[in-house]
Design a binder for this molecule. Structure first.
Ligand SMILES: C[S@@+](CC[C@H](N)C(=O)[O-])C[C@H]1O[C@@H](n2cnc3c(N)ncnc32)[C@H](O)[C@@H]1O
Length: 291
């Protein structure tokens, strides 16, 4: 275990997170996705690392993370006037890239207030600077597994590094299918493992031994977030299972594209046309920000 994280876990005076919401060595020895209070822990963890989240991403992906998000935007092939939902948007890095397309409106949704606070601070700053793209963005606090939107609201739904963090990924995928218009596109970015045995080994050493120490130091984290990260990737479904899960949620033409030797994968799926026999489902409350 990295020294910084180990000390934080045992030193109550520096540990600002409630002990039960910290990822302990014992929790991570098993499968963190099966932890009963995963949603509370995940929320607490992202709340704790929000301030340095973007910096950590840039440093520890060697600047690749924005390139991966740009690839996701490319895959979604947004057309002029379309409406986009970026689920589990965090601090809004991907949301902002979507707003630079010709989308009419981009909604970022997340359940961690501290991540959204940073997204909103940036939005206000961009609006003050009269950045055109900012006028297209709206952030909403909500759960990716129970979206506060009507059926068939969006042309594109994205989720970057979020599907692994929700407690019921299949439920979230079904929600994405529900809120997409017929033939709307889903794009998912998620970490994976390189196929080459040598790169897989090097990536494992980096993610499990080096990154947890340096990222924990950089963020001042006391929740075990950067020890949870590699373990959550290791225990999450592999590429084929992910493709199958997207199909099972109702999507067709599902593809997967490895990025940077397969450290990250961009998945894409297309929402189905409604069957004529299917009665229209009663609509949910439409989010007031959406016309
Ligand atoms: C690794 S961050 C990714 C943030 C952003 N998409 C990015 O590209 O940097 C994962 C995000 O998922 C959010 N999250 C996890 N479970 C969620 C849920 N059930 N509903 C909404 N957001 C969720 C967390 O709050 C966190 O901001």
């Amino acid at each position: 275990m990295p020294a910084a994280a180990s000390k934080a876990d045992t030193d109550a005076s520096v540990n600002s997170a409630a002990p039960s919401l910290v990822w302990s060595e014992q929790d991570l020895a098993g499968d963190p996705h099966k932890t009963a209070d995963k949603p509370e822990r995940v929320k607490r963890m992202f709340g704790a690392i929000a301030k340095r989240y973007d910096l950590n991403n840039r440093v520890h992906s060697f600047g690749r993370d924005q390139k991966w998000r740009r690839e996701a935007v490319k895959e979604s092939a947004v057309r002029p006037g379309e409406v986009v939902l970026d689920a589990a948007c965090g601090t809004g890095d991907l949301t902002r890239l979507f707003a630079q397309t010709r989308a009419q409106r981009v909604v970022g949704l997340d359940f961690t207030p501290e991540m959204l606070a940073i997204a909103n601070e940036r939005l206000s700053r961009d609006k003050r600077r009269q950045v055109l793209a900012a006028s297209r963005i709206e952030y909403v606090e909500g759960d990716a597994q129970d979206l506060p939107f009507d059926d068939a609201t969006f042309n594109v739904v994205s989720i970057a590094f979020g599907v692994r963090n929700v407690s019921a990924p299949d439920k979230a995928l079904r929600e994405f299918c529900r809120v997409l218009k017929p033939t709307g596109r889903l794009v998912v970015l998620e970490f994976s493992e390189p196929r080459s045995p040598l790169l897989k080994k090097l990536n494992h050493i980096y993610c499990s031994r080096i990154m947890p120490v340096t990222a924990t130091w950089l963020s001042g984290d006391t929740t075990g977030a950067y020890r949870y990260l590699p373990r959550s990737v290791e225990k999450f479904r592999d590429r084929l299972a992910m493709v199958q899960a997207i199909r099972d949620a109702g999507f067709s033409a599902v593809t997967q594209r490895p990025l940077t030797f397969g450290v990250c994968v961009c998945y894409r799926g297309v929402a189905p046309m409604p069957s004529k026999a299917e009665p229209k489902k009663p609509g949910r409350m439409r989010h007031p920000g959406l016309r």
